[in-house]
Design a binder for this molecule. Structure first.
Ligand code: SAM
Length: 217
């Protein structure tokens, strides 16, 4: 069974032909998606040899040898992306996620328009959302959830090449979360207010957001 955190990631994946699981580690998400027919084929990548081997063993044990390939490589370096793929990058820092996407954009074939992404950064959500808006990834859905006292936000984005602007509040808390205010919103914003209070000590933008907090609740 997957953790609630990874189930939140899976809930954002629309059924697809090929899922690319970047940083597959134990291979649990890859195997779950094949078992539950969320995808037909998995390309799993991990930058470290042991997790790549672990992923391969799990997929083989679960009977998915012919429906998967595991690459011991950095990010999307060795993946030839096509627009019908969904790329999942979860459980790593936001800056690392931005680097993986930046490197993929720099490749000769780049990222095809229409490619889908499900991202769950462990931190630096602000930087991830800013990067996505500036590089033309349209944020279409977001989920928040709490597991073992830690808040996670995950997002679904499509690479459209159309750049756009996000407000400071949208970069901090998520454009879809602010618009749709899911049932966890109240508790999430209590947590975010505490984060803002710490950041406000050195960041005037956070101070301004706090001064207008009533607009967010
Ligand atoms: C904390 S685990 C998260 C695993 C899984 N995605 C999850 O969310 O539970 C992070 C994994 O990403 C791998 N990783 C880190 N940077 C990577 C990169 N640039 N490319 C591929 N894998 C990477 C690590 O080796 C590790 O196995």
């Amino acid at each position: 069974m997957l953790s609630a955190r990874l189930l939140a990631v899976c809930s954002l994946i629309a059924p697809c032909k090929t899922l690319v699981d970047v940083g597959s580690d134990h291979g649990k998400l890859s195997s779950y998606c094949l078992k539950n027919q969320i995808c037909e084929y998995v390309i799993a990548t991990d930058i470290h040899e042991l997790p790549a081997r672990r992923t391969k063993e799990r997929l083989d044990e679960d009977g998915f040898s012919d429906k998967s390939e595991v690459l011991f490589s950095d990010g999307l370096t060795d993946v030839h992306l096509t627009s019908d793929m969904t790329v999942v990058i979860a459980g790593m820092g936001g800056l690392e996620i931005c680097k993986i996407l930046k490197d993929a954009l720099k490749k000769e074939e780049g990222i095809p328009e229409g490619t889908s992404f499900v991202l769950q950064p462990q931190r630096s959500h602000y930087e991830v959302r800013e990067f996505l808006s500036q590089q033309g990834f349209s944020i279409r859905n977001e989920k928040i959830m709490k597991e073992k006292g830690h808040w996670y936000s995950s997002l679904f984005a499509v690479y459209t090449k159309e750049k756009y602007a996000l407000s400071e509040e949208e970069k901090h808390f998520g454009p879809v979360i602010l618009k749709e205010r899911p049932e966890e919103y109240g508790e999430y914003m209590i947590h975010q207010k505490k984060v803002m209070e710490k950041r406000a000590l050195g960041d005037p933008v956070c101070r301004e957001i706090l001064e207008n907090w009533e607009n967010l609740i």
